[in-house]
Design a protein around this ligand. Structure first.
Ligand code: HEC
Length: 208
Protein backbone atom coordinates (compact mmCIF):
# COMPACT_ATOMS: atom_id res chain seq x y z
CA UNK A 1 0.00 0.00 0.00
CA UNK A 2 2.73 2.44 -0.85
CA UNK A 3 0.27 4.57 -2.85
CA UNK A 4 -1.98 5.26 0.12
CA UNK A 5 -1.20 8.98 0.06
CA UNK A 6 -2.47 9.16 -3.56
CA UNK A 7 -5.75 7.53 -2.54
CA UNK A 8 -6.09 9.97 0.38
CA UNK A 9 -5.35 12.91 -1.91
CA UNK A 10 -7.92 11.61 -4.43
CA UNK A 11 -10.60 11.33 -1.74
CA UNK A 12 -9.72 14.79 -0.37
CA UNK A 13 -9.90 16.51 -3.77
CA UNK A 14 -13.12 14.73 -4.76
CA UNK A 15 -14.82 15.99 -1.59
CA UNK A 16 -13.20 19.44 -1.82
CA UNK A 17 -14.25 19.94 -5.47
CA UNK A 18 -17.81 18.88 -4.93
CA UNK A 19 -18.06 21.09 -1.81
CA UNK A 20 -16.59 23.98 -3.80
CA UNK A 21 -18.96 23.39 -6.72
CA UNK A 22 -22.15 22.82 -4.76
CA UNK A 23 -21.76 24.90 -1.60
CA UNK A 24 -19.12 27.55 -2.20
CA UNK A 25 -20.09 28.59 -5.74
CA UNK A 26 -23.79 28.91 -4.77
CA UNK A 27 -22.75 30.97 -1.75
CA UNK A 28 -20.69 33.29 -3.98
CA UNK A 29 -23.53 33.66 -6.52
CA UNK A 30 -26.50 34.02 -4.17
CA UNK A 31 -25.36 35.22 -0.74
CA UNK A 32 -25.67 38.93 -1.59
CA UNK A 33 -29.35 38.78 -2.57
CA UNK A 34 -31.42 41.14 -0.41
CA UNK A 35 -35.10 42.19 -0.46
CA UNK A 36 -35.94 44.91 -3.02
CA UNK A 37 -38.21 47.94 -2.57
CA UNK A 38 -41.45 48.06 -4.53
CA UNK A 39 -41.64 50.53 -7.43
CA UNK A 40 -43.70 52.93 -5.32
CA UNK A 41 -41.07 52.55 -2.57
CA UNK A 42 -41.85 51.56 0.99
CA UNK A 43 -42.77 47.87 0.93
CA UNK A 44 -39.86 45.46 0.69
CA UNK A 45 -40.18 42.22 -1.28
CA UNK A 46 -40.22 39.33 -0.72
CA UNK A 47 -42.47 40.08 2.25
CA UNK A 48 -41.85 38.65 5.70
CA UNK A 49 -44.44 35.97 6.41
CA UNK A 50 -46.87 36.51 9.30
CA UNK A 51 -46.64 34.34 12.42
CA UNK A 52 -49.76 32.42 11.36
CA UNK A 53 -48.29 31.71 7.94
CA UNK A 54 -45.02 30.51 9.50
CA UNK A 55 -46.95 28.08 11.70
CA UNK A 56 -49.04 27.08 8.69
CA UNK A 57 -45.88 26.11 6.85
CA UNK A 58 -45.22 23.47 9.54
CA UNK A 59 -48.71 22.09 8.91
CA UNK A 60 -48.03 22.06 5.13
CA UNK A 61 -44.88 20.02 5.73
CA UNK A 62 -46.42 17.68 8.31
CA UNK A 63 -49.41 16.91 6.04
CA UNK A 64 -47.07 16.10 3.15
CA UNK A 65 -48.47 18.73 0.75
CA UNK A 66 -45.00 19.17 -0.73
CA UNK A 67 -44.97 15.58 -1.98
CA UNK A 68 -47.62 16.52 -4.56
CA UNK A 69 -47.11 20.27 -5.01
CA UNK A 70 -44.05 22.23 -6.15
CA UNK A 71 -43.38 25.90 -5.44
CA UNK A 72 -41.33 26.92 -8.45
CA UNK A 73 -42.61 28.50 -11.65
CA UNK A 74 -40.47 27.93 -14.74
CA UNK A 75 -39.88 30.74 -17.28
CA UNK A 76 -42.07 30.77 -20.41
CA UNK A 77 -39.48 29.21 -22.69
CA UNK A 78 -38.92 26.26 -20.35
CA UNK A 79 -42.35 24.75 -19.92
CA UNK A 80 -46.01 25.65 -19.74
CA UNK A 81 -46.12 26.91 -16.13
CA UNK A 82 -46.97 30.52 -16.99
CA UNK A 83 -49.41 29.52 -19.74
CA UNK A 84 -51.18 27.32 -17.13
CA UNK A 85 -51.61 30.42 -14.94
CA UNK A 86 -49.32 29.22 -12.15
CA UNK A 87 -47.71 32.67 -11.89
CA UNK A 88 -47.38 35.99 -13.69
CA UNK A 89 -43.64 35.48 -13.82
CA UNK A 90 -41.12 32.75 -13.15
CA UNK A 91 -39.72 32.31 -9.65
CA UNK A 92 -36.15 33.49 -9.02
CA UNK A 93 -33.69 32.86 -6.17
CA UNK A 94 -34.61 36.17 -4.51
CA UNK A 95 -38.17 34.91 -3.87
CA UNK A 96 -36.83 32.36 -1.39
CA UNK A 97 -34.24 34.36 0.56
CA UNK A 98 -36.38 34.88 3.68
CA UNK A 99 -37.47 31.24 3.87
CA UNK A 100 -35.76 28.97 6.34
CA UNK A 101 -36.98 25.82 4.57
CA UNK A 102 -37.48 26.11 0.84
CA UNK A 103 -40.20 23.79 -0.45
CA UNK A 104 -39.38 23.68 -4.16
CA UNK A 105 -40.89 20.20 -4.39
CA UNK A 106 -40.08 17.48 -6.86
CA UNK A 107 -43.52 16.16 -7.82
CA UNK A 108 -46.37 17.88 -9.58
CA UNK A 109 -49.31 15.60 -8.96
CA UNK A 110 -51.19 18.83 -8.30
CA UNK A 111 -50.64 22.38 -9.61
CA UNK A 112 -47.67 24.51 -8.56
CA UNK A 113 -48.49 26.57 -5.45
CA UNK A 114 -45.81 29.33 -5.59
CA UNK A 115 -48.57 31.87 -6.38
CA UNK A 116 -51.67 30.15 -4.96
CA UNK A 117 -52.39 33.15 -2.68
CA UNK A 118 -52.53 35.31 -5.81
CA UNK A 119 -54.93 33.11 -7.79
CA UNK A 120 -57.13 31.83 -4.98
CA UNK A 121 -57.66 34.41 -2.27
CA UNK A 122 -60.84 33.01 -0.74
CA UNK A 123 -60.43 31.37 2.68
CA UNK A 124 -63.77 29.64 2.21
CA UNK A 125 -62.65 28.04 -1.05
CA UNK A 126 -59.49 26.70 0.64
CA UNK A 127 -61.44 25.29 3.61
CA UNK A 128 -63.96 23.51 1.41
CA UNK A 129 -61.21 22.19 -0.85
CA UNK A 130 -59.15 20.89 2.09
CA UNK A 131 -62.22 19.37 3.74
CA UNK A 132 -63.00 17.45 0.56
CA UNK A 133 -61.46 18.42 -2.79
CA UNK A 134 -64.52 16.94 -4.55
CA UNK A 135 -66.66 19.83 -3.28
CA UNK A 136 -64.75 22.49 -5.24
CA UNK A 137 -62.93 20.35 -7.83
CA UNK A 138 -64.97 17.28 -8.82
CA UNK A 139 -62.76 14.42 -10.05
CA UNK A 140 -59.73 15.67 -8.07
CA UNK A 141 -57.38 12.98 -6.79
CA UNK A 142 -56.15 15.13 -3.91
CA UNK A 143 -56.88 13.45 -0.56
CA UNK A 144 -59.24 15.01 1.94
CA UNK A 145 -57.63 16.69 4.97
CA UNK A 146 -60.60 16.43 7.31
CA UNK A 147 -58.22 16.12 10.28
CA UNK A 148 -57.83 19.91 10.01
CA UNK A 149 -61.49 20.41 10.99
CA UNK A 150 -63.55 19.56 14.03
CA UNK A 151 -67.21 18.80 14.44
CA UNK A 152 -68.57 21.08 17.15
CA UNK A 153 -71.94 21.41 18.79
CA UNK A 154 -73.56 24.57 17.47
CA UNK A 155 -74.05 27.39 19.95
CA UNK A 156 -77.08 29.68 20.00
CA UNK A 157 -75.79 31.19 16.74
CA UNK A 158 -73.51 29.40 14.25
CA UNK A 159 -69.86 30.36 14.85
CA UNK A 160 -68.44 32.78 12.31
CA UNK A 161 -65.72 30.44 11.06
CA UNK A 162 -68.01 27.43 10.53
CA UNK A 163 -67.81 26.09 6.97
CA UNK A 164 -70.93 25.20 5.03
CA UNK A 165 -70.60 21.67 3.71
CA UNK A 166 -73.36 20.97 1.16
CA UNK A 167 -76.17 19.12 3.00
CA UNK A 168 -76.06 16.28 0.44
CA UNK A 169 -72.40 15.52 1.33
CA UNK A 170 -71.86 12.27 3.26
CA UNK A 171 -69.90 14.13 5.95
CA UNK A 172 -72.31 17.07 6.27
CA UNK A 173 -72.70 18.13 9.90
CA UNK A 174 -75.78 16.59 11.59
CA UNK A 175 -78.41 18.98 12.92
CA UNK A 176 -77.08 21.02 15.85
CA UNK A 177 -73.42 20.52 14.85
CA UNK A 178 -71.03 22.45 12.65
CA UNK A 179 -67.64 21.89 11.02
CA UNK A 180 -65.01 24.42 12.12
CA UNK A 181 -61.37 24.60 10.98
CA UNK A 182 -58.90 23.80 13.77
CA UNK A 183 -56.08 26.21 14.59
CA UNK A 184 -53.79 24.13 12.38
CA UNK A 185 -56.29 24.38 9.52
CA UNK A 186 -56.53 28.16 9.88
CA UNK A 187 -52.74 28.52 9.97
CA UNK A 188 -52.40 26.34 6.87
CA UNK A 189 -54.81 28.57 4.95
CA UNK A 190 -52.93 31.68 6.17
CA UNK A 191 -49.78 30.09 4.74
CA UNK A 192 -51.44 29.28 1.38
CA UNK A 193 -52.78 32.85 1.17
CA UNK A 194 -49.25 34.20 1.82
CA UNK A 195 -47.78 32.41 -1.22
CA UNK A 196 -47.72 35.16 -3.85
CA UNK A 197 -45.52 36.11 -6.77
CA UNK A 198 -46.75 39.65 -7.03
CA UNK A 199 -43.69 41.84 -7.19
CA UNK A 200 -41.25 42.82 -9.90
CA UNK A 201 -37.92 41.27 -9.07
CA UNK A 202 -34.88 42.69 -10.91
CA UNK A 203 -34.42 39.17 -12.32
CA UNK A 204 -38.02 38.60 -13.50
CA UNK A 205 -40.79 41.09 -14.19
CA UNK A 206 -44.48 40.32 -13.81
CA UNK A 207 -46.29 39.39 -17.06
CA UNK A 208 -43.22 38.40 -19.06
C1 HEC B 1 -51.76 12.99 -3.50
C2 HEC B 1 -51.37 14.27 -4.02
C3 HEC B 1 -51.78 15.53 -3.30
C4 HEC B 1 -51.54 15.89 -1.99
C5 HEC B 1 -50.85 15.08 -0.89
C6 HEC B 1 -52.03 17.24 -1.85
N1 HEC B 1 -52.56 17.68 -3.03
FE1 HEC B 1 -53.32 19.52 -3.39
N2 HEC B 1 -53.86 18.97 -5.26
C7 HEC B 1 -53.61 17.74 -5.82
C8 HEC B 1 -54.26 17.68 -7.13
C9 HEC B 1 -54.25 16.50 -8.08
C10 HEC B 1 -54.88 18.94 -7.34
C11 HEC B 1 -55.71 19.41 -8.58
C12 HEC B 1 -57.17 19.13 -8.39
C13 HEC B 1 -57.80 19.95 -7.28
O1 HEC B 1 -57.90 21.20 -7.40
O2 HEC B 1 -58.19 19.37 -6.27
C14 HEC B 1 -54.59 19.72 -6.14
C15 HEC B 1 -55.00 21.03 -5.98
C16 HEC B 1 -54.65 21.83 -4.91
C17 HEC B 1 -54.94 23.25 -4.79
C18 HEC B 1 -55.63 24.10 -5.83
C19 HEC B 1 -54.61 24.58 -6.82
C20 HEC B 1 -55.16 25.44 -7.91
O3 HEC B 1 -54.38 25.85 -8.76
O4 HEC B 1 -56.38 25.69 -7.95
C21 HEC B 1 -54.47 23.65 -3.57
C22 HEC B 1 -54.56 25.03 -2.96
C23 HEC B 1 -53.90 22.49 -2.92
N3 HEC B 1 -54.02 21.40 -3.76
C24 HEC B 1 -53.35 22.51 -1.66
C25 HEC B 1 -52.88 21.36 -1.02
C26 HEC B 1 -52.47 21.35 0.37
C27 HEC B 1 -52.44 22.56 1.28
C28 HEC B 1 -52.10 20.08 0.66
C29 HEC B 1 -51.66 19.51 2.00
C30 HEC B 1 -52.58 19.74 3.11
C31 HEC B 1 -52.26 19.29 -0.56
N4 HEC B 1 -52.75 20.10 -1.55
C32 HEC B 1 -51.95 17.95 -0.67
C33 HEC B 1 -52.90 16.71 -5.25
C34 HEC B 1 -52.46 16.68 -3.94
Amino acid sequence: MKNLHIIYAGVFFTIAFSWGGLVLSSQIQQADLVPVASEEGGQLYPRKASGYAIQGKDVYISQGCNYCHSQQVRPSGMGGDIARGWGQRSTVSRDYILQDRVLLGTMRTGPDLADIGGRQSSDIWHYLHLFDPQITSPGSNMPSFRQLFELRREGATPSKDAIRIPPTHAAAAPAGYEWVPTERGRNLVAYLRSLKLDYNSPEAKLKE
